[in-house]
Design a protein. Structure first.
Length: 252
């Protein structure tokens, strides 16, 4: 029994060491191997993903996910250039393009990207006016993406998209904007009505000129009006008779 145990213990230890030395990387993972504390290589291309064998007690592996990461930027309270307080949040899409830099050059690349995104969001929107924030969202998103990507590039991070999601305004500002929008709609309605009246007056003026040239046209229009009035459900209809219509019959 003692001889069997003496054989099983070394075999068991060997299996443990081999198990800790064999690693498997998924398709979306890359690994940085630290050999005696020094960065040895990043498992990229033909060397991975797949099976990876480490030297026991010598190599240490750090995995890095190279898929696109979606990160919510917490709500930031800012004051726009025209002194309007706004609460804004955003979302950032980024991925690791250089695993060695992402592990060696920054302690936590996700936390670092989050912090730089928050400060950039406050800085850029603080230099913008409220109307620009509401109506030129695409331009602001491009500016945010460019600045954040520039700061994270030394960490091996590629920021692909930054989107401002919500901009929460104070209730007083919302009421003021609603009144402004209502006044703008009323102004446009009055302008459209005035333009319609102007066009109608021009047409009536042209029609009056035609009728003045040809009196018979006036009589035909009068008769047409009588037909239209007679088609309505009226018990009694009073209508004037123009002198011009009678004068045609009084001529000798």
């Amino acid at each position: 029994m003692d001889s069997i145990m003496s054989l099983l213990v070394p075999v068991f230890l060997i299996l443990i060491v081999l198990g800790s030395s064999i690693k498997i990387l998924n398709e979306y993972e890359r690994a940085i191997i630290f050999r005696l504390g020094r960065s040895s290589k990043a498992v990229i291309g033909g060397n991975g993903p797949g099976l990876l064998i480490l030297i026991p007690f010598v190599d240490k592996m750090v995995k890095v996910d190279i898929r696109t990461i979606t990160m919510d930027v917490p709500t930031q309270e800012i004051i726009t250039r025209d002194n309007v307080p706004v609460k804004v949040n955003a979302v950032v899409y980024f991925r690791v393009v250089d695993p060695v830099k992402a592990v060696v050059d920054v302690e936590n690349y996700i936390a670092a990207t989050s912090q730089i995104s928050q400060t950039t969001l406050r800085s850029v929107l603080g230099q913008s006016e409220l109307d620009e924030l509401l109506s030129h969202r695409e331009k602001i998103n491009q500016t945010l993406q460019s600045i954040v990507d520039e700061h994270t590039d030394p960490w091996g991070i590629k920021v692909t998209t930054v989107e401002v999601k919500d901009a929460e305004l104070p209730e007083s500002m919302q009421r003021a904007m609603a009144k402004q929008a209502e006044a703008e709609r009323e102004r446009r309605a009055k302008i459209i009505a005035a333009e319609g009246e102007l066009q109608a007056s021009h047409k009536l003026s042209e029609a009056a000129g035609v009728l003045a040239i040809n009196p018979m046209a006036m009589q035909l229009r009068y008769l047409q009006t009588l037909v239209e009035v007679a088609s309505e459900n009226n018990s009694t209809t009073l209508f004037p008779i123009p002198i011009d219509l009678i004068s045609q019959f009084l001529k000798k």
